[in-house]
Design a protein around this ligand. Sequence first.
Ligand SMILES: Cc1cc2nc3c(=O)[nH]c(=O)nc-3n(C[C@H](O)[C@H](O)[C@H](O)COP(=O)(O)OP(=O)(O)OC[C@H]3O[C@@H](n4cnc5c(N)ncnc54)[C@H](O)[C@@H]3O)c2cc1C
Length: 292
Amino acid sequence: MKPAAFRYHRAHDVTDAVGLLGDLTAAGEDPKLIAGGQSLMPMMNFRLARPTALVDLGPLRRDPALNSFRRNGFSLTIGAMVTHRTVEVSELGPDFDVLSRAMRWVGHLPIRSRGTVAGSIVHGDATAEWCLLALLLDAVIVAEGPRGPREIPAAEMFRGFYTTAVEPDEVVTAVRFTRPSPRAALTEFARRHGDFAIVDAAVSLDGEHGRLTGGRVVLGGVAPAPVRVPEAEAVLDGGVPGPELFAACGAAAAAAIDPPDDAAGSAAYRRRLARTLVTQALHEAWEKGETR
Ligand SMILES: Cc1cc2nc3c(=O)[nH]c(=O)nc-3n(C[C@H](O)[C@H](O)[C@H](O)COP(=O)(O)OP(=O)(O)OC[C@H]3O[C@@H](n4cnc5c(N)ncnc54)[C@H](O)[C@@H]3O)c2cc1C
């Protein structure tokens, strides 16, 4: 498969990328940024996307601010051009190591070596691990555009089927994770290793001394965009961590969702997966905290 014809431009820095997007749009083009190309190129090859011009962000990898991690107090900022693989092999510390551990679920090594954190979040696949993690750890998406810089909370980011709050003339420069979570886990089910998940679940647990003060439950593959499940989170609040509570939380998650019926799985199948995966992830998150 080949993409439709497009013009190619290279951005030298963020200002250049924003300028190119503006100039190309003003000239009647339909431009798109390309970072790792691991989602955009397949979409172009299948002619599901037909931008008339690509603005390549590749050279921005040389900018240390866009290709590094920064710890600032409780938060962790990841530059937009950091790849999945860099996160996978980095020591992020107990507060954020769920990010590294989750990366093994993202595609295959060549995809993880090219695909970027920002590309994944802007693409907005409902099962993309980064999208779930953004909701789990209260990420803030930092974007630069012709109207200046802007911060988008993850809770406002995922608007629907492959639709996010980032405007076509904006460049994401970083993703800041503001909610450290030493007891957190992501797990999923896909038909083959490396495929996108049919359903995935990311959870975190808060609490001390054998009683929970709360937790988060995020699901992918059960709606057009990744979702938090407040009904399942309510089960965790004040509960005693253990198999009974985790099973009840999984059941509450399954009961609360209205998943799609499609070729990858029926609604009933996805509901069963959600129940199992939430329960499994809660066990993993709790055990991970115990081994600190
Ligand atoms: C076979 C295969 C399996 C995969 N499996 C998984 C999987 O299991 N889980 C998963 O999450 N992903 C999976 N992916 C997708 C992969 O993770 C991509 O790397 C990721 O979704 C997009 O990142 P990218 O850097 O390649 O972005 P690109 O493909 O370059 O761009 C994706 C979108 O983001 C926009 N964009 C990119 N960078 C920016 C920026 N800085 N600012 C604003 N907009 C930007 C682009 O314009 C485009 O719309 C898979 C891909 C393949 C080919």
